[in-house]
Design a protein around this ligand. Structure first.
Ligand code: SAM
Ligand code: SF4
Length: 458
């Protein structure tokens, strides 16, 4: 009998190889991290990673339900995995993550895809080994309605050897009227700063150089912890960890981004000057109906204050088009704001009613055709701005952390600036994992090209 290193209160007979696993991941970085934890948990059981779903004995679909399109991908994939399961009847198939947590979804999975062995919500993910063993005897559904605190010490199999996701808090208390996240991820729970610090020190020892702190609203970090601690305090502690070169974080809520945090980012050399600040809309009427808690002017003031403190800062955002009641004038306010800020990058979405959220029953839904036409205009504008901002980088020198071969051209290397722009460059593979000074030679829509001038830290 073997007890898991994660200290979970279950044991399992034997630690012999149990076969191969494959994980599909949809959604945000928090889901990426959840999948890394699930990989750690099943590897601890004896599973090894499969290079394709066709050779797996355990397949997990780590799902997202923030938009209907994310859900539809899961429904489509389940159809084809049903065919795979007919060829490999011993295959264990699990649906995990946010979708099972959405009211009605677990029942829908059971009804439409009765061959699914395992349905596990976000609050039960750490019980996966026990649930897998149970699923070998028959279908298991584990969807607890609310998270019980924070579970520490879970095993993890990280994808990258250089950049590590580190959640600092889970859940969200904001209940923006369009968003399903608080319903599927539960209320805000922060990790204790000493636990985050211990993990980051371990990561530094293992050779990780960049940490990416995660939370739905990192600015709310620390609420409810004793003694009181803020996100800026946490950044100060992490900045002191030797071996870590860069600290990033996402997502910040513009309403809660205070002077103390701007000061911390400006003062702390390892904290990168890239600001992802989802604005969602440019019209005060729509922002009010979304329940965002700031006005267009508040947002513009925040960007101005950040630029005053950090003139080299880059900005990215999330924007939705076609929120209920959005008129042409409201949408033009969004276009104007996008021009005024000059975002380096924007993630744009068509508003999609999510069951159980207040906005889904607002009466004045915008017709689909209008949404499509608006998103096209917004995309065209943002693309022009992104290109222009990237072209303006030509001639400048950036500190780049080289990550490895480029995903689009394996003969070249790829890395990121502190401002989170991708840079493609030439160089030998030994540059991977090093900090280099790069002179930018070209700026494109989604990336820069550059020439290495100097190795800064090896
Ligand atoms: N916590 C983050 C914040 O406050 O902005 C974002 C979380 S959410 C997973 C990521 C993005 O999805 C949001 O910023 C929003 O633009 C988009 N989103 C959320 N609900 C949506 C919906 N019902 N329809 C379309 N897009 C949505
Ligand atoms: Fe959703 Fe708003 Fe919470 Fe972000 S802050 S996760 S958009 S409810």
């Amino acid at each position: 009998m073997r007890k898991y290193a994660s200290g979970r209160d279950f044991t399992v007979a034997g630690d012999q190889a149990r076969g191969k696993y494959y994980i599909f991941t949809y959604g945000c970085q928090m889901n990426e991290w959840d999948s890394e934890v699930m990989a750690g948990l099943v590897e601890e059981m004896g599973y090894t990673r499969a290079s394709s779903p066709e050779e797996a004995d355990l397949i997990l679909l780590n799902t997202c339900c923030v938009r209907e399109s994310a859900e539809n991908k899961v429904w489509g994939l389940l159809g084809s995995l049903g065919r795979l399961k007919r060829r490999r009847p011993w295959l264990l198939l699990g649906v995990t993550g946010c979708l099972p947590q959405r009211p009605g979804a677990a029942a829908e999975i059971k009804r439409r895809f009765p061959f699914v062995d395992l349905i596990v919500g976000t609050h039960d993910r750490h019980e996966l080994p026990r649930l897998i063993l149970e699923a070998e005897r028959g279908q298991v559904v584990a969807v607890s309605p609310e998270g019980r605190g924070v579970v520490e010490g879970l095993p993890i199999r990280r994808k990258s050897r250089l950049r590590a996701w580190v959640p600092v808090m889970f859940g969200c208390n904001n209940f923006c009227t369009y968003c399903i996240v608080p319903y599927v991820r539960g209320r805000e729970r922060s990790r204790r700063p000493e636990d985050v610090l211990r993990e980051v020190k371990e990561l530094a020892k293992e050779g990780y150089r960049e940490i990416f702190l995660l939370g739905q609203n990192v600015n709310a970090y620390g609420k409810g912890l004793q003694p009181p601690v803020t996100f800026a305090d946490l950044l100060r502690q992490l900045n002191a960890v030797e071996g870590i070169w860069r600290i990033r974080y996402t997502t910040s809520h513009p309403r809660d981004f205070g002077e103390d945090l701007i000061r911390a980012v400006a003062e702390l050399p390892k904290v990168c000057e890239n600001f992802h600040l989802p604005v969602q809309a440019g019209s005060d009427k729509i922002l009010r109906r979304m329940g965002r808690g700031y006005t267009r002017q508040d947002y513009l003031n925040l960007v101005r204050r950040i630029r005053e403190a950090l003139p080299q800062a880059s900005f990215s955002t999330d924007i939705m088009v076609g929120f209920p009641g959005e008129t042409e004038e409201d949408f033009e306010q969004t276009l104007l704001l996008v021009r005024e800020v000059g975002f380096d990058q924007a993630f744009v979405f068509i508003y999609n009613p999510r069951p159980g959220t207040p906005a889904a029953s607002f009466p004045d839904q915008v017709p689909h055709g209008v949404k499509v036409e608006r998103i096209k205009r917004l995309l065209a504008l943002q693309q022009a701005i992104s290109r222009e901002r990237n072209r303006a980088e030509v001639g400048r020198v950036h500190e780049v952390l080289v990550e490895g071969p480029s995903r689009t051209n394996p003969n070249r290397l790829e890395g990121r600036t502190r401002t989170y722009k991708t840079v493609i460059l030439d160089g030998t593979p030994e540059l991977a994992g090093k900090l280099v000074a790069v002179r930018i030679t070209a700026g494109h829509l989604t990336y820069l090209e550059g020439k290495v001038e100097e190795v800064l830290v090896a």
